[in-house]
Ligand binder design. Structure first.
Ligand SMILES: Nc1ncnc2c1ncn2[C@@H]1O[C@H](COP(=O)(O)OP(=O)(O)OP(=O)(O)O)[C@@H](O)[C@H]1O
Ligand SMILES: CC(C)(CO)[C@@H](O)C(=O)[O-]
Ligand code: BAL
Length: 296
């Protein structure tokens, strides 16, 4: 295959400049290579690695991962400053997963002085996570739109752990006529059910034990699916009630597109809660009015 300038297949290339990444990815596309992008905020764990593995298995692609803790999606009282940033370990993980390009922009690379236009997520942006994290999804969609414009990926992978984010990114791609195919990846969990998250490192041993209440509540809810939405909520609430140290932000049953829950058929159960000062989210698919799905 013809090589793009300054790019050798099978090697890890690290770029902090958007112009440089754009130049390399465009040169690769010009010789017929497709680009697959996995956007992350770093602190890579087995959930991110699953995204990277699935991405690199898409044939005839070069795998690009981005690592950027996007200030625009953090509220003033959130954990932007303390968010973990283990860059060397992240680059090692990328090398292990055979990532070929890592994009590590700084804040000013993404938001030079004077930048002001953002993507408006529409009504779903103020719902669920958006009702607690004001402006969060405008920040997410803006940075994802910028990443898509810089890298022009043919495919981009996102985790179902951030389910509302995945739904909104698919909506943005459809509504703004973007050409990237967005692929959702099922949530990777600890053996006891806790969804892997970069924020789990904030939990002390006691909080770590309490945190399992989220996935346990989702499992209980999913297994009650046959009885309908109210049974699902009741079963999940019973689990959460045994953990008063887990401060619930919301527990909701919705349609897969996050509209109102149907009477019957596929649905999504979503939970968000604080354990100490750490905010955790999780969700699962379920069937309403029908026997439960095996799995979670
Ligand atoms: N447990 C997981 N399973 C599958 N995908 C995941 C998991 N955790 C995160 N991801 C996905 O990895 C991508 C990057 O996420 P991010 O870097 O924010 O990590 P995170 O663990 O979700 O961190 P945070 O604590 O900020 O939620 C997103 O698409 C996210 O949905
Ligand atoms: C998609 C994303 C990388 C945008 O900053 C972030 O929200 C995340 O890591 O899920
Ligand atoms: N994983 C979603 C990024 C955030 O919580 O800001």
């Amino acid at each position: 295959m013809t090589q793009a300038p300054q790019f050798s297949r099978g090697q890890l290339h690290v770029h902090s400049s958007p112009q440089e990444v754009a130049r390399v990815t465009r040169a690769l596309r010009a010789v017929g290579t497709k680009i697959v992008l996995v956007p992350t905020m770093g602190a890579l764990h087995a959930g991110h690695r699953e995204l990277l593995r699935r991405a690199r298995n898409i044939p005839n692609t070069v795998l690009v991962a981005s690592i950027f803790v996007n200030p625009l999606q953090f509220g003033p009282n959130e954990d932007l400053e303390r968010y973990p940033r283990p860059l060397e370990a992240d680059l090692e993980a990328c090398r292990d997963e055979r990532v070929e390009i890592v994009f590590t922009p700084g804040r000013e690379d993404m938001y030079p002085p004077g930048s002001q236009v953002t993507v408006h997520p529409g009504p779903l942006g103020d719902d669920l996570e958006g009702s607690v994290r004001d402006g969060h999804f405008a920040g997410v969609l803006t940075v994802v739109a910028k990443l898509f414009n810089i890298v022009r990926p043919d495919f981009a992978l996102f985790g179902e752990k951030d389910y509302q984010q995945l739904v909104l990114i698919k909506q943005m791609v459809a509504d703004l006529d973007m050409e990237t195919r967005v692929i959702g990846v099922p949530t990777v969990r600890e053996p006891d059910g806790l969804a892997l998250s970069s924020r789990n490192v904030y939990l002390n041993a006691e909080q770590r034990e309490s945190a399992v209440a989220l996935s346990a509540a989702l499992s209980a809810g999913a297994y009650a699916g046959r009885g309908g939405k109210e049974d699902v909520l009741k079963a999940a609430q019973e689990v959460l009630a045994a953990h008063p140290e887990v401060a619930l932000d919301y527990l909701e049953v919705r349609a897969p597109d996050l509209g109102p829950a149907p009477e019957k058929g596929e649905a999504r159960l979503l939970v968000a809660a604080r354990v100490g000062t750490t905010r955790l989210i999780d969700n699962t698919g379920l069937l309403l009015g029908e026997p439960p799905e095996p799995g979670l």
